[in-house]
Design a protein around this ligand. Structure first.
Ligand SMILES: [Ca+2]
Ligand SMILES: [Ca+2]
Length: 207
């Protein structure tokens, strides 16, 4: 009998060509998707639980914003292709890819600018320790003024994609200036070191 080799799925091969993952890695991520989605598609709630469990991300407002970006075709769920493509940026993105991703997260209503309202939504939950006598909103406003000062290059009160790209290209530390929307380095590295082992499926070997 001629040897047969059942390789990776067509989808895994296709995704490996357009992401920073190998065929084997895309296969593992698709398997992970099947596991975490539990036979359905990833809706916002399940997505939030996965990001929480896998990457320790707990900011609900931010996770809602991130979900909207993962759900590229806006059908209300993150499909397997959307999952792998966004994971590629989330875990191994180049600086330009990360700039595009983060800005898409921050520009929640997708009107091409990050307004003060959008920034307040993101910064407010992070004001947890208040100096005595200070109101949460006032502290958030101070934080906001700092962020705007650094990011709003043309001083029109909102952060355009051009403002943000110019500021982050000059100073990459500003990438997440409007809120953490990427996994922490340690969580990312731990995931990358273990996901193949955890979600790999045994491929049928050549006979
Ligand atoms: Ca979708
Ligand atoms: Ca906007």
């Amino acid at each position: 009998m001629a040897a047969t080799y059942k390789g990776y799925s067509k989808l895994a091969e296709k995704l490996a060509r357009v992401t920073h993952f190998t065929c084997e890695e895309t296969d593992c991520l698709l398997n992970m998707y099947d596991t975490v989605a539990g036979g359905c598609r990833l809706d916002a709630n399940r997505f939030r639980d996965v990001m929480h469990a896998v990457f320790g991300m707990t900011d609900d407002v931010m996770l809602e914003y991130i979900f909207q970006v993962f759900d590229a075709d806006r059908d209300g769920s993150v499909g397997p292709e959307e999952f792998v493509c966004k994971m590629s940026v989330f875990l191994r993105g180049t600086l330009p890819e990360l700039v595009d991703y983060c800005y898409s997260v921050y520009d929640h209503n997708r009107d091409g600018g990050v307004s003060r309202e959008e920034m307040m939504q993101l910064l407010r939950p992070h004001v947890v320790t208040l100096p005595p006598g200070e109101e949460r909103d006032e502290v958030a406003k101070d934080l906001l003024d700092l962020a705007v000062k650094k990011l709003d290059e043309d001083h029109d009160g909102r952060v355009s994609r051009e403002d943000y790209t110019a500021a982050v290209t000059r100073e990459p530390l500003l990438l997440e200036a409007l809120g953490a929307c990427l996994p922490e380095t340690r969580a990312r590295d731990e995931f990358l070191a273990t996901f193949m082992e955890k979600y790999g499926r045994k491929l049928q070997q050549p006979i």
